[in-house]
Structures are given as structure tokens and as C-alpha cells.
Write a protein that binds this ligand. Structure first.
Ligand code: SF4
Length: 419
């Protein structure tokens, strides 16, 4: 859990992006700080309308950099002219809006609400299925607040999901610190059973997105879980399994419950069963014990697995954790490694979206976008933007079939061919 400070410049749409970032941060257990000097991380949501604004953005980024441990720059200027921050000597992570919440997580799992009650926001239903995890990662502060996994019965979660669908949810987001260990406190991991029952027992047209599931928790149920995904169209073909490092030595120091080979086996099980799916994974760059060879092992794993979505986080210490006691790496080294990995990530993720162009995808409209666009998710939870949504009479909660016409690094553009 981290304290954050967020500053937003520019238009209404940019302010909307900041609202969504803050919402995701609060869902993840983070909390606002009393100004940048008090924050673990500062977020500058930038604008780039005129040259004067750009100069102001650079100046403000410099000021924030001096006041906070970690700076993230997102928004229009970051996306269009990210190199200018670098050229001005600003040590910031330059990220797309959607990448910010994961970067603030610093490799830790999200914190779910204390009472694990479902929440309905528009057409999106958030269903925390359990609280806590079965791990003890050496860099994690979340664990202090959440403890060991505590899982309500499957029946109870199915009923909560049913209530969300009856209340109008079209997308159910299954969340938890580690969704893969749901039920382990009761002797058995029950995520496959829960997903199977939600998809078979609840009537209606809706989609289910499964939140963070650690590779160590998935391994052992990976084949059964992949079978459930293959069986049900209601499940987005998407898993978020943070590997964090391509080096077993670093994973051991992190006290992660998996090793690289287990992660490969999890990925292979999904590759065997699903033609079109999204692997989302995270890498922590610059963990205190990470050598050049360890970093190279992470780079090799990234190039080998080519995940469709990647979060790269520069390691930063959280007070009271065991990793806080370790001698850290220098900021310049962490920055270089992070830049190297982010460049390969952009190439891989850009290629993923380029390959989508010309395909036809069934999508769910999940939220309003900028102007009169809408954001949609296809069957593999990849984002497709449809512009001129009014013309097609599309709004959140609608299902449509689109042809993918264009792309950017992080998402694709589509045109409806039937609604
Ligand atoms: S799995 Fe690790 S990072 Fe996630 S909450 Fe548990 S101890 Fe923290």
C-alpha cells in the first residue's frame, strides 16, 4: 500500500482519466497523501496543448521529482512526447493512464475491501472473492494489513455474483490479493469451481474478468483452470500472473512461491487450450539483489514468453519489509534496466495490437472514452476503442462485433460491423 499525490492538467477527459486512476488506486488499498512531499509516489497527469503548457509540465515534473521518492508521468504529453522528460533529465516512469495503478502497486498484490462486499459501478461489478494470500513476499507491505487468505464459501460468492448480474453488471471483476489461492485455507483451491459455477448457474449476458493470480497459486491447478477458461465464453481469456523476475535467485530473495519453470508451465497450459488469450504479467526491475545476469534472465524471459500485457515496476522499498533492510541498487542502474525492459515491452505489446488489425472481435462496451468514443474489451480483455460511438448508438453495457482497423501500442481501434 502506498500514499499517492496526483496532479491533473488539461481537459475534462484528462480529469476523467485521473478519476479512474484514483478509483483503481483506492480499490488497491492506496490512500491520498497530504501533498507531494508526504507521498510515496507522485503522479503527474500531463497535458500538451501549447508550447507554454509543455514548459510548465516539465517544470512541474522537476519540482515533483525533488519532493517525492517516485514520480510517474502520464497523460497526453507523456504519451506524445515522453522523450522530452528524459531529455530534461527527469527521472520518471512514463506510462499510459491504464498502467499507472499497477506501477503504484510496486509489485504487491492489490488490497481488497475489508468486508469483501461487492460493488457495482455502472456496468462493472467488483466481486472480492477472498481477502489475504498464502505468501510472505519479502518486499510486501500489503501482507501486514491482509494476513492469511480467508475465503468465504463458493456458494456465497456465486450468490454475490448473481446479485451483481441482476443489478445490471455486464462485467464482473473477480478480485483478491491472489485469486488463485481462493479456498486454500479450506484445504482446496476453488477458483476453477467458482468460475465454472458462475458461468453455468447465472443466466444473462455478462463477462467475467479474473484478477491477479500469482503463478505459485495457479501452479497445481493450472490445467484444471485453463480447461474452465476453454469451456466458457463468459470468461475473458485473460490471466494476470505476475512473474516479477526471470531469475530463480531473485525469486528466492523475493520469497515468491514460484520459480521460472512453474511460470512457464502455467503459460503452456493456457497456450495449449486457448488460441486467443492475454497473458498479463509484471516484472520488478532493480530488486536489491538483482545482478546484471539476473536482469538479463528477466529480459530473456520477456522475449521468450512475449506476454500481451506487461507491467514494469522499478523496485522501491516499503517501510517495515525485509527488503527494506537490504542494500538497494542505485537509481541510475534501476532507471537503465527499467528503460531497457520497457522498450522491449513496447515492441512486444505493439506487435500484439498490430496483429489484431483486420480481425473481427466480439466486444463489450465497458466505459465512456474521450470525446464520443467508447472503450470496449474483446474476448481476451484487450482494449478496443470505437470512435463516433453516438453514430453507432453504442454505450457502456452494449455488446457488439467490431472490425479492428488500427492500433496504438497499448490498444486497438475498431469499427462496429454489428451491434
Ligand atoms: S502474494 Fe506476496 S505480494 Fe501479494 S499480498 Fe501476498 S505477500 Fe504481498
Amino acid at each position: 500500500m502506498a500514499s499517492y499525490h496526483i496532479e491533473t492538467y488539461g481537459c475534462t477527459s484528462n480529469r476523467g482519466e485521473s478519476r479512474q486512476i484514483e478509483q483503481a488506486l483506492r480499490e488497491g488499498g492506496h490512500y491520498p497523501a497530504d501533498g507531494p512531499a508526504e507521498a510515496d509516489v507522485a503522479i503527474l497527469n500531463s497535458c500538451t496543448v501549447v508550447e507554454k503548457t509543455e514548459r510548465n509540465m516539465l517544470r512541474r515534473a522537476e519540482e515533483l521529482q525533488e519532493q517525492t521518492a517516485d514520480l510517474i508521468v502520464t497523460g497526453c504529453m507523456a504519451l506524445a512526447q515522453g522523450e522530452e522528460f528524459d531529455e530534461a533529465g527527469i527521472d520518471a516512469q512514463i506510462l499510459h493512464w491504464d498502467e499507472v495503478p499497477e506501477a503504484v502497486l510496486n509489485g504487491e498484490c492489490p488490497t481488497v475491501a475489508p468486508d469483501t462486499q461487492p460493488i457495482l459501478e455502472g456496468e462493472i461489478g467488483i466481486l472480492p472473492i477472498a481477502r489475504g494470500c498464502m505468501s510472505n513476499c519479502s518486499y510486501c507491505i500489503t501482507k501486514f494489513a491482509t494476513g492469511r487468505v480467508d475465503s468465504p464459501p463458493v456458494e456465497e460468492n456465486v450468490e454475490k455474483a448473481r446479485a451483481l448480474v441482476h443489478a445490471g453488471a455486464k462485467e464482473i471483476r473477480i478480485t483478491g490479493q491472489d485469486t488463485a489461492v481462493y479456498g486454500w485455507d479450506d484445504g482446496d483451491r476453488k477458483l476453477p469451481e467458482l468460475l465454472d459455477r458462475i458461468c453455468t448457474e447465472i443466466d444473462g449476458e455478462f463477462r467475467v474478468r479474473v484478477g491477479m493470480a500469482n503463478p505459485g497459486g495457479i501452479h497445481g491447478i493450472h490445467e484444471e483452470l485453463a480447461d474452465v477458461f476453454a469451456r466458457h465464453d463468459k470468461l475473458y481469456n485473460f490471466i494476470h500472473a505476475p512473474v516479477q523476475s526471470g531469475s530463480d535467485d531473485v525469486l528466492e530473495e523475493m520469497r515468491r512461491q514460484h520459480r521460472v519453470e512453474k511460470f512457464r508451465e502455467v503459460v503452456a497450459a493456457f497456450d495449449d487450450r486457448l488460441d486467443y488469450w492475454t497473458l498479463s504479467t509484471d516484472f520488478i526491475v532493480g530488486f536489491p539483489t538483482e545482478t546484471d545476469a539476473d536482469h538479463e534472465a528477466s529480459m530473456e524471459l520477456l522475449r521468450e514468453i512475449r506476454p500481451e500485457k506487461v507491467n514494469v515496476t522499478r523496485f522501491s522499498k516499503r517501510p517495515g519489509t525485509d527488503a527494506d533492510e537490504m542494500k538497494g541498487l542505485g537509481g541510475t542502474l534501476k532507471k537503465e534496466r527499467s528503460k531497457e525492459m520497457s522498450a522491449v515491452k513496447r515492441e512486444i505489446v505493439g506487435e500484439v495490437h498490430e496483429n489484431m488489425v483486420g480481425t473481427t472481435q466480439d466486444v463489450l462496451v465497458v466505459e465512456e472514452g474521450t470525446g464520443d468514443s467508447v472503450k470496449c474489451r474483446d474476448g481476451a480483455y484487450r482494449q478496443i476503442i470505437v470512435q463516433h460511438a453516438d453514430e453507432y448508438d453504442l454505450s457502456p453495457g452494449d455488446f457488439a462485433t467490431v472490425e479492428v482497423t488500427d492500433h496504438q501500442t497499448m490498444y486497438a481501434f475498431g469499427k462496429p460491423i454489428s451491434t
